[in-house]
Design a protein around this ligand. Sequence first.
Ligand code: GLP
Length: 240
Amino acid sequence: MKLIVVENYGEMSRIAADMISKRMLEKPDMTLGLATGGTPTGMYQELIAGASKKNISFKQITTVNLDEYVGLEATHPNSYRFYMNDRFFQHIDIDLENTFVPNGAAADLAQECHWYDETIKQLGGIDLQVLGIGTNGHIGFNEPGTPFDKTTHVVELTESTRKANERFFSEGKVPTHAITMGIKTIMQSKEIVLLSSGEKKADALQQLVEGSITNLFPASVLKLHNNLTIVADQASIKKL
Ligand code: GLP
């Protein structure tokens, strides 16, 4: 595990975007695993700015997102598909057909989960997966107690996660369920970059770095990965 400590959110975003751009230059047709939430929005802005400044193309890139709310159509303003199109995809030259987000409105959710895993397999796995971290240690939407051997599946969200995500909801309530890439799927990524910013993540970061590996704190499994980089700002590491 490599820990890169940065000054603030802006620096975290720039470093994360640089890491991705570097990998894209090495492998222009890479599969990039993406996350939503507040943490990666600055990284998306940096990638958009970098793409136009440095002429970086996403034409051959495929993306797979970690998760999606059950019951929200792609057009719902709080769906993660909407978030990705709105904040990233529509500002770069990526082919939307090469962007994958689980379909939370699928009629058969089990089939959707299976199809999602098959898609990742057919892509040859994820080259670099970006992660945020929930205050309870969740990654994607893998809540505490999720077995480490889970592939993509449907989860019931905890009250604390629903509360934490309320701030994004302009319409209606935070759904009770979500589809998430499983921990096994995430761990099969060739490289993982976990981003952390702000004081509210300080306890989670401390537990991640200093605590033991347990599915009661899902992110702890990442310590078993052989290519994990944590990019964390000063505020989020203040308890280390
Ligand atoms: C959400 C997402 C996660 C994200 C986490 C942290 O529930 N499903 O992928 O990493 O919460 O969110 P934030 O970056 O807004 O703190």
